[in-house]
Design a protein around this ligand. Structure first.
Ligand SMILES: Cc1cc2nc3c(=O)[nH]c(=O)nc-3n(C[C@H](O)[C@H](O)[C@H](O)COP(=O)(O)OP(=O)(O)OC[C@H]3O[C@@H](n4cnc5c(N)ncnc54)[C@H](O)[C@@H]3O)c2cc1C
Length: 360
């Protein structure tokens, strides 16, 4: 009887998955599992995370070159219902559908826009007609190209709500994960007092300290952005010029971002400040005030594909990382790929399988 009780207790405590990290990726993984009726525990510290800097924009195109991102429609097809499901579960909303207006630099670019927007792989996202309506406070003499479906996720609210939800389930552990304390068994893993069938590492750029996966060539890319106050600016769009201007809350807006692979320090720089303000002032024609200057290190990969899968022969530990500059759009797709791999024996796309990287 006693043995049976202990066995039952062990079973009760056994989670389906432990997730290390509560950034956009960790929280997205958690919901992917929870919405399928699985049990989850998150372990996460309060180290600076790229996700707390993200403006949360999602956009299926690359607006420098006018190309679609990799698997754009497939990612949207997972991401949009994903947020809807989380929102309806929690009774609150995180995702706002807002068109992106790509400010066109000259008449030649406007013509290129119209031509490219008719391509098969772009016509679902780019409207060929140049948008010429005036937006008070914004200078755009050559108009804008309209991109949809696009918008922004309130990532801070999404992560806070996820953590609160897991705290309510007694399943959020705020601590630094120590990899040497993880024990792997045939059918489960143990970490201190926790037991789970699987563990997934979603540590962002901190993956370089992960003894199981730090052979993967994850690259940091430092991004800086500003929160600015622009009294009186009514903006129902996301403006994309050489920087983004996106509404944040009240009279606050995000301005971003920079990309730097060489300086991976957490310090804000005067160069980035000068870059962001000078680019903003090219099109913002009303006064603004800088409220905050934020820095994050994006977890990026050379081939711009995430790292998913496992290097463990027992398939107990997994990686979900490398979301680059597009976690809001990519992480739901990545999470379901991993879920189907673990539970439905789906073979991972070789483009994203972390085993595509060979070590010499
Ligand atoms: C300036 C800037 C602007 C951006 N704008 C956008 C945007 O508009 N749209 C978009 O989609 N993306 C944007 N991004 C990219 C986005 O921020 C990243 O893709 C995303 O944050 C990656 O999330 P992540 O959860 O994988 O990693 P992270 O956010 O780094 O989270 C990792 C988590 O793991 C935890 N952790 C790590 N190691 C341990 C450990 N040993 N023990 C416990 N916990 C641990 C950390 O505390 C953290 O919670 C932007 C990035 C930057 C820098």
């Amino acid at each position: 009887m006693f043995v049976m009780l202990i066995a039952q207790r062990t079973f009760d405590l056994m989670k389906d998955v432990i997730i290390v990290g509560s950034g956009i990726t960790g929280c997205t993984l958690a919901w992917t599992w929870l919405l399928k009726g699985k049990t989850v525990a998150i372990i996460s510290d309060k180290a600076p995370a790229s996700s707390s800097v993200a403006a949360g924009v999602y956009n299926p195109t690359v607006l420098k070159r006018f190309t679609p991102i990799w698997k754009a429609q497939e990612q949207l097809d997972v991401m949009l219902p994903f947020y809807k499901a989380v929102e309806s579960h929690l009774g609150r909303s995180f995702l706002q559908h807002v068109p992106v207006l790509r400010r066109l630099y000259d008449a030649g670019e406007a013509a290129t826009w119209t031509r490219k927007a008719q391509r098969d792989d772009l016509r679902d996202f780019m409207n060929p007609e140049v948008f010429t309506e005036t937006i008070d406070g914004i200078d755009a003499p050559h108009g804008y190209g309209v991109v949809q479906p696009t918008g922004a996720c309130d990532t801070e609210a999404f992560m806070t709500a996820t953590i609160e939800h897991l705290e309510g389930l007694n399943s959020f552990n705020q601590q630094s994960f120590e990899h040497q304390q993880l024990q792997l068994h045939n059918d489960f893993v143990t970490y201190k007092h926790l037991q789970a069938r699987h563990i997934i590492f979603a540590e962002g750029f901190a993956m370089r300290h992960n003894t199981y996966y730090n052979h993967l060539p994850l690259e940091g890319n430092k991004g800086e952005l500003l929160i600015v106050r622009i009294p009186g600016l009514e903006l129902n769009y996301i403006i994309k010029s050489s920087v983004f201007l996106t509404h944040y809350k009240e009279d606050l807006f995000w301005v971003g971002a920079t990309y730097n692979r060489d300086d991976l320090t957490a310090a804000p720089t005067s160069d980035a400040l000068a870059f962001l303000t000078s680019r903003l002032e090219k099109f913002l024609k009303v006064p603004y005030e800088i409220v905050e200057h934020k820095v994050g290190i994006r977890p990026t990969t050379q081939d711009r594909r995430p790292f998913l899968g496992s290097v463990d022969s027992l398939k107990r530990h997994f990686i979900c990382n490398g979301m680059g500059s597009r976690a809001v759009l990519l992480a739901p797709w990545a999470a379901i790929q991993l879920y189907n791999h673990i539970y439905n024996a789906a073979v991972l796309d070789s483009d994203v399988d972390c085993n595509r990287v060979t070590t010499s």
